[in-house]
Design a binder for this molecule. Structure first.
Ligand code: 5AD
Ligand code: FES
Length: 386
């Protein structure tokens, strides 16, 4: 697929074969017009209304997620870029991702480091290794570090507090983000008191039934949402998010996600395509689609003009220019990997993950060039929410 070719996809993310594509050609139609097909002028009007009001009725959100006219994407992305530039200009912020443990007590059906993934070679970084990643990152211009890991009981509140304190002592001009899952409110408060600034906790799906389909019974959507609300109340800059094209996801699920984002008003939203991992129950499920992911990035930008929105590694994994396309659809953050080379191939949430063989410096160089090619600029900045 070429850059300009932003065609329709099925909600499963499966690419249509030639026969299907021909069947849906606008000029040579052999199928009945689906009820989701609206005139282009109508779709543009809804895009304009979304930009002006930051919300639309459910049916119109569904229409924006399912329209089949690629020319509407061109307009949608243009509006999203306009809105992102009015808030953040041309800057793209970078976050240094430190994947410090791949032990996890959970068993989410989609995740390559789930407890039952017997093939995953487990590791933990020591405090010194983590600090070394920060040192390396700081020299490369990073002013945000993201500590991400599975839900690993080894990292008690005391250990996390200690790591947070040390990073903030060494790098007082940097923001520190935690992405370590669900914990007690008291733990979140302790991390915040120790200096953590931000917290990422994807809600994964805001639809109850869909949540059940993706997770074992021990996990609940209501608890996830409660954690997110607590984090926000404590004072963190908070990020929620979800996978696009995860098994069982429908346009209605995605509308629930959008309405939840609207309600929570997070500072960040992390979305990327679902990509199957061979050692999970979803090994044979199709991956999420590029076009739908880009469309959601743009819609989220129009709904929350100030949101910090990463063009994720998963997006770069399903398309060689996925992250660039994400930036051109309204994203304004990238999250290169700062983890030590030896462990990168072990933090595999999904198959074919990119950048697992590179040094952090190579990734920054490569991403800097990639972003420059879009007309935007990778900057060395904390990149706080404006
Ligand atoms: N494909 C894409 N994203 C995934 N994540 C976990 N497993 C996968 C997968 N197979 C995402 C989840 C999680 C984040 C850290 O990575 O949304 O919150
Ligand atoms: Fe890692 Fe390009 S971002 S090699």
């Amino acid at each position: 697929m070429t850059d300009g070719e932003l065609t329709s996809i099925e909600m499963t993310g499966k690419k249509m074969n030639d026969k299907e594509t021909t069947g849906k050609n606008m000029t040579d139609r052999t199928e009945p017009v689906s009820e989701n097909e609206y005139p282009i002028a109508q779709i543009r009007q809804w895009i304009d209304r979304l930009e002006a009001d930051h919300i639309l009725p459910r049916e119109q959100l569904v229409a924006l997620l399912t329209y089949e006219q690629a020319e509407c994407d061109v307009y949608l992305f243009e509006r999203a870029r306009h809105v992102r530039e009015s808030v953040y200009g041309k800057a793209v912020y970078m976050r240094g991702l430190i994947e410090f443990t791949n032990y996890c007590k959970n068993d989410c059906y989609y995740c390559g480091i789930r407890r039952s993934a017997a093939g995953a070679e487990r590791y933990r970084l020591s405090e010194e290794q983590i600090l070394n990643c920060c040192k390396n990152g700081y020299e490369l211009g990073f002013r945000t570090f993201v500590l991400q890991g599975g839900e690993d009981a080894y990292f008690t509140d005391e250990r996390i507090v200690q790591i947070v304190r040390r990073i903030k002592e060494c790098y007082p001009d940097c923001a520190l983000t935690l992405s370590i899952g669900e914990r007690e409110r008291e733990s979140y408060e302790a991390f915040f008191a120790a200096g953590a600034d931000r917290y990422l906790l994807r809600h994964e799906t805001a639809d109850e039934a869909h949540y059940r389909l993706l997770h074992p019974p021990q996990l609940s959507l209501s608890h996830r949402k409660q954690c997110l609300r607590q984090l926000k109340a404590i004072g963190y800059q908070v990020g929620c998010g979800f996978m696009v094209g995860s098994p069982g996801q429908t346009p209605d699920c995605l509308v629930e996600d959008l309405l939840f984002i609207r309600e929570l008003e997070p500072h960040m939203v992390g979305i990327g395509p679902f990509v199957p991992h061979h050692d999970t129950p979803f090994a044979d499920k199709p991956q999420g689609g590029l076009e739908l992911t880009l469309r959601l990035l743009a819609i989220i930008r129009l709904m929350q003009p100030h949101v910090l929105l990463p063009a994720t590694t998963a997006l770069g994994t399903i398309d060689p220019r996925g992250r660039e396309k994400g930036i051109l659809a309204g994203a304004n953050v990238v999250m290169p990997n700062l983890s030590p080379g030896e462990v990168r191939k072990k933090y595999l949430l999904y198959d074919n993950k990119i950048c697992t063989g590179d040094e952090a410096a190579e990734c920054v160089n490569c991403l800097g060039k990639r972003i420059a090619s879009t007309g935007y600029e990778l900057v060395s900045d904390r990149g706080d929410y404006k």
